[in-house]
Design a protein around this ligand. Structure first.
Ligand SMILES: [Zn+2]
Length: 342
């Protein structure tokens, strides 16, 4: 099969399109013919060797994969060749204290597609059957590939970790990104008033079409001052943060008293100082969020099926153009996901 492989950590030029052996389905595994594979900023960190996950080259990137089962190994039940499936990011043990209490995103022995297996920048992928989620026929391949991490992460952050309720006001940072634009769509369904930030007016206009009520251009406007103006100096109930650096501090300063900040990322700065005094006097909370549960993903697939949310696909590239696709993502000019089709 064809696959995009890197043999050393580095920039775009380490990506090579190669002919490699077809993966085989071991016990409990299936092989999927990949139909679509979405790009993630995490892929850049993995390629550069700064992801803080234990990955050694040679490696095939790609954690958001959709395809059709082409082969099933021994001990696989419920899946047949031809079945359409999404690869759930995690394969959890189902047995640790977190799995047993409905918190599988905290599983102590998770397997991750694209980390503990090879990834989706390829024509085929072998994964444990425990990774598979059934995909309804009326969600197209590209949209399904674009859905998982953006929407399920946003669901876990907004509703499970952030406890967003109807009538609350939420600040969503970087609404042009995958997790940002998904959060706008889900917070709209959840009945929240949505204030969003972005680096360009164009991205703010696109987010407004998805249901964002107020936009702030963080390059030209003071985010905290604008939030306070829009909320009668109260601040927001929930800040949805995934950017890090200065964006983390401005989100924290935008909270009302007893407000919550939920965070899942830090590309713009992983270590930040923050002012402890107003934080505890205002009885604010900072909440960490990591991945999502299968149930949350399945709810998001249902919302895409019913048309209540629309996974955004910015551009589809053939596998051969993986470098161009990653370059586009790294320029951060896109609105929605970039998807590879083998
Ligand atoms: Zn577990």
């Amino acid at each position: 099969m064809k696959a995009v492989v890197f043999h050393e950590f580095g920039g775009l030029d380490v990506l090579k399109l190669e002919e490699v052996d077809d993966p085989q389905a071991g016990p409990g595994e299936v092989v999927l013919d990949v139909a679509a594979s979405a790009l993630n900023h995490l892929d850049v960190d993995i390629r550069e060797g700064i992801s803080r996950f234990p990955i050694e080259p040679p490696h095939i990137l790609g954690v958001e994969v959709v395809g059709r089962v082409s082969e099933t190994g021994s001990d696989v039940k419920g899946w047949q060749p031809g079945d359409r499936a999404m690869v759930f990011l995690m394969d959890v043990c189902k047995d640790c204290r977190y799995c047993r209490t409905g918190r599988e995103s905290l599983c102590v022995e998770p397997g991750f597609v694209g980390f503990s297996t090879s990834g989706g920048y390829a024509q085929k992928i072998a994964v444990a059957a425990g990774h598979l989620v059934r995909l309804p026929d009326d969600v197209p391949d590209e949209e399904a590939a674009a859905l998982q991490i953006a929407f399920a992460t946003a669901w876990h952050m907004l509703f499970t970790r952030g406890r967003l309720r109807a009538g609350e006001t939420v600040l969503i940072n970087s609404v042009g990104s995958g997790v940002g634009s998904a959060a706008v769509q889900l917070a709209r369904i959840g009945g929240a008033t949505i204030i969003g930030t972005a680096s360009t007016d164009e991205k703010l206009e696109q987010a407004a079409e998805l249901g964002m009520h107020h936009g702030i251009n963080h390059r030209e406007q003071d985010v905290v001052a604008e939030v306070m103006r829009l909320t009668d100096d109260q601040g927001v109930d929930l800040a949805y943060e995934h950017v890090g650096g200065d964006h983390f501090q401005s989100a924290l300063d935008s909270l009302c008293k007893d407000g919550r900040l939920v965070t899942c990322g830090a590309h713009a700065g992983e270590v930040v100082p923050f002012d402890i005094i107003p934080f505890f006097r205002g009885q604010k909370s900072i909440i960490g969020s990591f991945v999502y549960n299968r149930d949350e993903l399945e709810r998001c697939i249902k919302l895409a099926q019913s048309g209540d949310v629309k996974p955004l696909v910015h551009k589809v590239f053939p596998l051969e153009e993986a470098r161009e696709a990653m370059a586009m993502m790294e320029r951060r000019e896109h609105f929605g996901k970039i998807v590879l089709k083998p």
